[in-house]
Design a protein. Structure first.
Length: 72
């Protein structure tokens, strides 16, 4: 199973944390970050990306649409 990465473009401030932690999964595109693919692997570093976003703009959801990241 895979997770889905969602980035709130209104909140993203293009800090580059996501692309720095997982450059094979996230990229800075002009003034915003975006996932290279909507689906991301179920990996600890994906949760680290969501946890590290200073704008809290990244949400990771599982197949049941349950939010798994950022962690509380």
């Amino acid at each position: 199973m895979t997770w889905k990465a969602e980035i709130d473009g209104g909140r993203c401030m293009a800090s580059g944390m996501c692309a720095g932690i997982a450059p094979d999964l996230f990229v800075l595109d002009d003034e915003r970050a975006r996932p290279l693919s909507e689906e991301v692997p179920e990996e600890e570093r994906v949760l680290d990306v969501a946890d590290s976003c200073p704008a809290m703009a990244i949400t990771i959801v599982d197949g049941d649409a349950t939010v798994v990241g950022p962690r509380p």
